[in-house]
Design a protein around this ligand. Structure first.
Ligand code: GRG
Length: 303
């Protein structure tokens, strides 16, 4: 029988490790950036958040049996993903995108620091994230070529074939009723690609075997879709205060899993994805209690 996993304690410890790694990364960046741009970055990066992508990266690394010369380096790798994620939220909230005023319970970055510094700060985070992935993977003991592969995985997931491409589909889909398969395609790119990269980067840096790498890739894709379905369910059921963000996709006239399928069917579809994510771990005999608990958390979370 599997042990009971204390998710709350686990998450609190992990968030602390991620935040410490973010502090190290921003301290390194300080010398290269001017005050106002740095202030926008600090706002975008430090304003809370679940830190799910670095946590998944660190846990994939551990599940895949990566050696850990230093615990810090594992989280230093993961924060490269958080830097890309933070920039995407800063830009997604801009007036030319969702024109959002509330994120993580706080005023959005451009509302506090203005549009120019938010745009610059967001763009600055992209090369900073790439350098972060390169340097942290080297410190983890990756060869030059493996470190390049880890970094390529991050940038591929962040770019036109991943998150930015998904954002493009999102803009095209505004005020239209998308087919279910189109919504899957959009979110596999916009949300799923970076979440999947978190798993694959951790596994690559750990020197995972091909079957373990493939299983973690599948787990990432499945929880990526489930994550977005859960987001749509939360948007339809939770208050703005609980979610800490405004506006929702539904407010913006976008298709959502709830608008297409209704609440019950959307929840059921999310659960199917989680079952498949866990089956992928079973398929290669990965016990990985943290990854199993994180998969369930993706659909059970409150924000
Ligand atoms: C160049 C303008 C411009 C755009 C670049 C902005 C952009 C491309 C892409 C945005 C993609 C995007 C906003 C994806 C968000 C996906 C998502 C589900 C975000 C919420 O993630 P959580 O819940 O957030 O993990 P926390 O707050 O916990 O970190």
């Amino acid at each position: 029988m599997r042990e009971v996993f204390d998710l709350q304690t686990f998450l609190a410890t992990e968030v602390e490790a991620v935040d410490a790694a973010l502090n190290r990364a921003l301290t390194r960046a300080e010398g290269r950036l001017s005050g106002a741009v740095l202030a926008a970055i600090e706002h975008g990066v430090r304003s809370g958040g679940k830190r799910l992508r670095p946590i998944l990266c660190a846990q994939a690394y551990r599940a895949a049996g990566g050696p850990a010369p230093s615990n810090d380096d594992v989280y230093d790798l993961g924060v490269a993903l958080e830097m890309i994620h933070a920039y995407s939220l800063m830009h997604d909230d801009l007036p030319c995108m969702d024109d959002a005023d509330l994120r993580r319970g706080n005023a959005t970055t451009h509302r506090v620091h203005g549009v120019p510094d938010t745009v610059l700060g967001g763009v600055a985070l992209i090369p900073l994230a790439a350098l972060q992935a390169m340097e942290a993977s080297r410190r983890l003991g990756c060869s030059e070529s493996l470190s390049r592969e880890v970094t390529r995985c991050l940038l591929g997931a962040a770019g036109a074939g991943g998150m930015v491409g998904g954002q493009g589909l999102d803009l095209l889909g505004e005020d239209q009723r998308l087919a279910s398969s189109e919504l899957d395609e959009l979110h596999a790119h916009k949300t799923g690609a970076l979440l999947t990269a978190a798993l694959v980067m951790g596994a690559l840096a750990a020197g995972a075997t091909p079957p373990v790498l493939a299983a973690l890739d599948t787990y990432g894709r499945r929880i990526g879709l489930a994550f977005q379905i859960a987001d749509d369910v939360l948007d339809a059921t939770a208050s703005t205060e609980a979610l800490g963000k405004r506006p929702s996709d539904a407010d913006l006239g976008k298709s959502t899993y709830v608008s297409l399928h209704g609440l019950d069917e959307a929840r059921a579809r999310g659960q199917v994805q989680i079952d498949q994510a866990l089956a992928a771990l079973d398929g290669v005999g990965l016990d990985a209690p943290p990854l199993r608990a994180l998969a369930r958390y993706v659909v059970e979370r409150r924000n």
